[in-house]
Structure formats: structure tokens, C-alpha cells
Design a protein around this ligand. Sequence first.
Ligand SMILES: Cc1ncc(COP(=O)(O)O)c(C=O)c1O
Length: 380
Amino acid sequence: MKLPTKFAHLGRPDPKLGTAVNPDITRASTLLFEKAEDLYRQDIRSYGRHGSQVHDAVEDAFNTLENGAGTILTPSGLSACTLPILANVKAGDHILITDSIYGPTRYFCKGHLEKMGVETERYDPRIGGDISTLIRNNTSVIVSESPGSLTFEIQDLPAIVKAAKDKDVVTIVDNTWSAGLTYNPLNLGADISVHAATKYMGGHSDIMFGAVVCREKSMAEKIAKTRKYIGMATSPDDAYQILRGFRSLTTRFWHQERSAFELASWLSGQDFVAQVLHPALPDHPDHEIWKRDFTGGGCLFGVVLNPTSEANVLGLINGLKLYGIGFSYGGYESVAIHCDPQLNREHGPKLDGPLIRFGCGLEDANDLKHDIKQSADRVF
Ligand SMILES: Cc1ncc(COP(=O)(O)O)c(C=O)c1O
């Protein structure tokens, strides 16, 4: 059975007499028991923090998507990035994070883990198997993200995983960009794949949610234990919205993926553009690795402008009529940001001009193209 079919059917109640198509939302902190003897049973839920049948369905959806053995749900994408790191480190450890990692994940490592005696080192996203030279006796975790946030480098994950496995290091991949539909880090040997479900699964820019999908059940249990210790929980209403998003995920995603590629290809030929950062374009430096490991793209890509003033960069974005100016992506609406104020890299790449990031929504790709053109024509 293909994914769209599975997503249309999972988590639905069996029809009896006039049964709703969708599962009920159980809003609860306290759960009541008929008998006191049952209060302390370990094999049943006893409190709201332990989830509900809707949470079970969402976990099932993520396991189905990523071929996972266990999923832990979190209240945001960022908490989905930080939780599995927290669960796998201890004082005195060293961790490797890609230089191209989502900024707030890096702030967590530098700002919080350092205080707990965990040292963070940033690695070049194009390092491949040479990451073995950075692995120390106390290295516990490698955090990868492919393509990288803002700069869109593709990593040689099989080579990184091989080096990690040789030294018993846990590999975590932020897989938000691909929605899990065009990239499967677990099948490539990674231990954990992370999603900011806020984006494609939410799909409407009105919800924060995250998921940590594990290749092995034992890892999922370990991370679930850390989540329990720190008291992290997600609301049933939010979980329900994510389940709802899964029903239409593949249809929305492929529309957005196609639009992004069409726009990226068109932008590569424009005079004001120095380089388009989209791994499906043949001139992308990591195109061959992308072709080997991915089955498609995502809705997000970067555009390096020819050198120009900051006023022109802001003018280009401010002149867009269909694009919202805002962070995140994966919603039904297109968004654009200028990236230079948040670029923070130790290992390059050296960009020839200012960087803009476009996220494609569900609008018609030609309309989006005309929108960028009218704004660019006015500025350049
Ligand atoms: C790659 C990536 N990971 C994680 C996150 C964090 O997700 P959230 O905004 O749901 O906390 C984002 C958000 O922009 C992201 O782009």
C-alpha cells in the first residue's frame, strides 16, 4: 500500500452505527478509574501527559512515513531537535553538529549543553566520511541536517553513518525539509530522524509540533524516558490537527515541491541572481549525492543575489505581493526572508552576494514567478 492510502486510513475508528470518520479528541489531565487497584498500573495511561488515541495515531503516521520503530511527539520542532540530543549525552561528552544546522538547535548545544559539561563542535556539512577524524573517545552524538538550513548543502549521510557506527556514536538527522517523503535517513542507517511537524504536517501555519522518529524501539524508549523526566507533553487538539494534516500531506507536498523546482530553475536564469541553492539543480555542488539519496526536493530553496545594496534586498522582499514576509515554511502560503542577519558559519560556504530564502505554498507557480518578477523589475 502506498503512503497516501495509508495516511487516508490510519487512526480511524471502526464504523459501527453512524460512527464519525475521524477519531474523537480526548481532552484530559485527570483520567478516572473505577477501582483504586488500577491507579498505579504501568500498562495503561493514567494521566493526560501520557497521550491519547489521537497521539497514538500520529505516532503511527510518523512511523509509517519514516519506517520507524517508535516515535516521540514534542510540542515544537525545536524540542524535537533538542530532546534526542539531551537523551543521548552526559557530562564530559563531545558532540558534533553540522555547521549548517538550524540556528536555535545550535544555540541549545552552545548555550545549554555547554553549561552541563557537554562540548559542541561544528563540522563542515561536506565532510562525508572524514568525520571519522573528528570523532573522539567521548563523542556521543552527531547531528546532521540535509539539506542544511539556509545554505542547502547535502550531506553524505551513508559515509557519516558508517563512521559513527564504527565508534558507537548516535546519529540524529533533522529531516524537516523533505517531509520524510523524499528522504529517509533511517533507511540510510541513521538512528533518529527529526521533524518540525509545524511545517508540512501542520500545513496551515497555525500549529507548533515536532516528532522524533527512531529506527530502533530501544532508542525510542530511551528518548521517551527523557521526555517523561522533563514533563514534555503535546495537547490532543494539536495532535489531532497534525493527524488531519497527514491526510492531505502527500498532495500538498508534491504541489509545493514541483513549484519550488520550477521557480528555482527559472530564477537560475535571471540577471539579478548569482546562484540558486536547490540540490535538484544540476549545478548544485552536491547534486550527485542528492540524486543518489533523495527521491525529490522540498518546498524551500535559497537564492544568492548578485552583489547589491541591503536596501535592494529589502526592497525586493517588501515588493512581493503574494509572498508573506515571515519565518518557517510548509504552510499553504508562500513566504520569503532575507537570511544574512542569521547566517553564522565556521565552515563556509562563501556566498557571492546576499541570500534570500523562498518557501513555496499552494499558489500557482506562474503567479509566484510573476510576483518575484514584478518586484525584481522595480528594484533592479
Ligand atoms: C530545519 C528546521 N528544524 C527545526 C525547526 C524548528 O521547528 P519549530 O519552529 O516547530 O520549533 C525549524 C523551524 O524553522 C527548521 O527549519
